[in-house]
Design a protein around this ligand. Structure first.
Ligand SMILES: Nc1ncnc2c1ncn2[C@@H]1O[C@H](COP(=O)(O)OP(=O)(O)O)[C@@H](O)[C@H]1O
Ligand SMILES: [Mg+2]
Length: 467
C-alpha cells in the first residue's frame, strides 16, 4: 500500500472517478495517478482503478473501530430510509444497543460522507434528550453477493419505543402530564441541538425515541447539518437544500422553496409532533407539496402577507400563488385551536381536561377540577406559526409558561413505560407502525391509509387525513 494516508487516497479516488467518467457514462482514461504508483498510468482502466480502491477498502484494518462481533444481533427493529436497524446485545457488558447499518450506496467512494457527518455531529451532542452514539463498528459481510465487503454500523444505546409506534398503540394511554413531560424533553433536546449550531431537518414522531426509563431522545441525524449563524445581515445567508424534512412535517417556508432557512424549520416539526400527542396521528398528511400547503392553509389559515410579510420573497411564491388550482387558497381562517380543543378535550363536558382521543381512559384525576389548559394550546399555536420569524426559538419554547404551571413536567415518564408490557418493537414489528409510519421521505409514496371511520385507530395505521 502506498505511503499516502488511506483516507486521502480514497478521497482522491472519488474525485478522480468523477472527472474520468465523461457525460455519456463512457470511461475516459486520462493521466491520473493510481493508488499505488502515485506517478500516473495514463492507460489504466478506470473501472480497474475503482476495483483496486474497493479492494483496499475491504482489506483495510480499522484499528480504532470495534468489530461488530462484539454484539449479538437479536432482531431487526427498523427498516429506515437509509438502512436497517437491529436490536443487539453487547457480549461483554450485556448492554442493549441498536445497530444502525450504514448504507454504502456508492461503496467505491468509501465511508459515506453523510454517515461521517452524522457521527461527527452525534459526537458533540451528548445530552439526556439526544440519542447516545456509543461507537461505530465494522463487520465483514458474509452474504454471497457482497462477500468480504466491509459493513459499518452506528451503535446507539437502545430505546424501547419510538413515539410513532407508541402513539399508534391504542393501549398506551397518556395523561396530560405524560404529554407535557415528553414535549418538555423534546424541546430541551432541540434547544441543545440548536445551541450546538445543528439543524435536525427530519423532525417527526418516528425519529423520537423513548427509553425504558421514560426519557425522550431525539434520534436520526441522517439529514442533520451544521449551520452558520450570521453575525450581521450584510453577510449573505448560506443556502441549503430544501429537499429535507418528511412532507407531513415540512414547514411552509420549505414548501415555498426557501433555501436560507434556519432553526425554525425544526420548531414547526416540534409543533406537528406536539399536536400528534393528542391526535395520535400526523396532523397534516399531504401527498404532494401542493396538497401539503393546502392542508396547512386549511388548519393554520391562509398564507399571505398579512400573517407572514416575507412570504412574497419565497422562491416559489409566484409559481404557487398564480397556479389556477392554487395551493395557497386565500380566505381560510386559522382553525387549529378549535379543531384541537375538541381532540384535546380541553373543553370537555365536565370542564375537566383530558387527553384521551380514544375516549376510553379516565380523565386526569390528578388535575384540579377547574383545570383549563389554554397554555398548552398557546404554545402549540406559536410553534405552528405560519411565519417562521413568529415561531419561538427552542430556547424560548423551553421557557414557556406551560412548563411552569401545575402539573409540572417530571424527570421522566417511567410510570407510562411501566404500563406497556412489551417493547414497542415486539408489538409492531412487521405490522406497519414500524414499517412505514411517517417515515417516508420527500416524494416517496405515502403508506396506505385507513379510511376515516371511528375514533379507534387500528394499531400501526392512520385514519385518513382529518384536518
Ligand atoms: N437507538 C435506538 N433504539 C431503538 N430503536 C431505534 C434506535 N435507533 C433507531 N431505531 C428504530 O429504527 C428506526 C429507523 O432509525 P433511524 O435512525 O430513524 O434511521 P432512518 O434514517 O433510516 O429513518 C427508528 O424509527 C426506530 O424505530
Ligand atoms: Mg428515521
Amino acid at each position: 500500500m502506498s505511503s499516502q494516508p488511506y483516507p486521502a487516497a480514497l478521497h482522491q479516488s472519488s474525485t478522480q472517478s468523477r472527472t474520468l467518467i465523461s457525460q455519456n457514462g463512457q470511461n475516459t482514461p486520462t493521466g491520473g495517478g493510481t493508488p499505488n504508483s502515485g506517478t500516473g498510468a495514463p492507460e489504466l482502466d478506470v473501472r480497474q482503478q475503482l476495483l483496486n480502491y474497493q479492494k483496499m477498502f475491504d482489506q483495510a484494518a480499522y484499528p480504532f473501530i470495534n468489530d461488530a462481533s462484539a454484539y449479538e444481533k437479536l432482531s431487526k427493529i427498523g427498516q429506515g430510509t437509509f438502512g436497517e436497524v437491529f436490536k443487539a446485545r453487547c457480549k461483554s457488558t450485556g448492554r442493549m444497543v441498536a445497530l444502525k447499518k450504514i448504507l454504502m450506496a456508492n461503496e467505491k467512494e468509501g465511508f459515506p460522507i453523510t454517515a461521517l457527518r452524522e457521527v461527527k455531529m452525534l459526537e458533540q451532542l451528548k445530552h439526556p434528550n439526544i440519542i447516545d452514539l456509543i461507537e461505530v463498528c465494522s463487520a465483514k459481510s458474509s452474504a454471497p453477493a457482497t462477500k468480504d465487503r466491509t459493513t459499518f454500523y452506528l451503535v446507539f444505546s437502545f430505546c424501547e419505543h419510538d413515539l410513532a409506534g407508541l402513539l399508534s398503540n391504542p393501549k398506551v394511554r397518556m395523561s396530560l402530564l405524560h404529554i407535557k413531560t415528553m414535549i418538555k424533553h423534546l424541546i430541551t433536546g432541540l434547544n441543545k441541538l440548536h445551541r450546538s449550531k445543528i439543524l435536525h431537518r427530519d423532525m417527526k414522531a418516528a425519529n423520537v425515541l423513548i427509553s425504558r426509563e421514560g426519557v425522550l431522545k431525539l434520534a436520526d441525524f441522517g439529514l442533520a447539518r451544521p449551520f452558520v449563524q450570521r453575525e450581521n445581515s450584510n453577510v449573505p445567508r448560506a443556502l441549503y437544500t430544501n429537499r429535507v424534512v418528511t412532507l407531513w412535517y415540512r414547514p411552509p417556508e420549505l414548501l415555498l422553496g426557501d433555501r436560507s432557512y434556519g432553526t425554525k424549520i425544526d420548531v414547526w416539526g416540534a409543533g406537528c409532533i406536539m399536536a400528534e400527542m393528542w391526535t395520535r396521528q400526523p396532523i397534516m398528511q399531504g401527498d404532494t407539496e401542493q396538497r401539503q400547503l393546502q392542508l396547512i392553509s386549511a388548519l393554520c389559515g391562509s398564507i399571505n402577507q398579512e400573517v407572514w410579510p416575507n412570504c412574497v420573497k419565497m422562491p416559489l411564491w409566484n409559481v404557487m400563488s398564480s397556479d389556477t388550482n392554487t395551493p395557497l387558497p386565500q380566505g381560510k381562517k386559522r382553525v387549529l385551536r378549535s379543531k384541537l380543543r375538541h381532540l384535546m378535550r380541553l373543553d370537555g363536558p365536565d370542564g375537566r381536561s383530558q387527553s384521551d382521543p380514544y375516549g376510553k381512559g379516565k380523565p386526569n384525576e390528578h388535575l384540579p377540577a377547574d383545570f383549563k389548559d389554554d397554555d398548552a394550546m398557546n404554545l402549540l399555536e406559536s410553534l405552528l406559526a405560519i411565519d417562521p420569524d413568529k415561531r419561538p426559538t427552542a430556547d424560548e419554547a423551553e421557557d414557556d409558561i406551560w412548563f411552569y404551571k401545575e402539573p409540572l413536567p417530571k424527570a421522566n415518564v417511567q410510570d407510562l413505560m411501566d404500563t406497556i408490557p412489551t417493547s414497542q418493537f415486539e408489538y409492531t414489528v412487521g405490522k406497519g407502525a414500524h414499517a412505514g409510519r411517517g417515515r417516508h421521505h420527500n416524494n416517496q409514496p405515502r403508506p396506505n391509509q385507513a379510511q376515516r371511520q371511528s375514533n379507534a385507530i387500528p394499531a400501526g395505521q392512520y385514519r385518513d387525513t382529518i384536518f
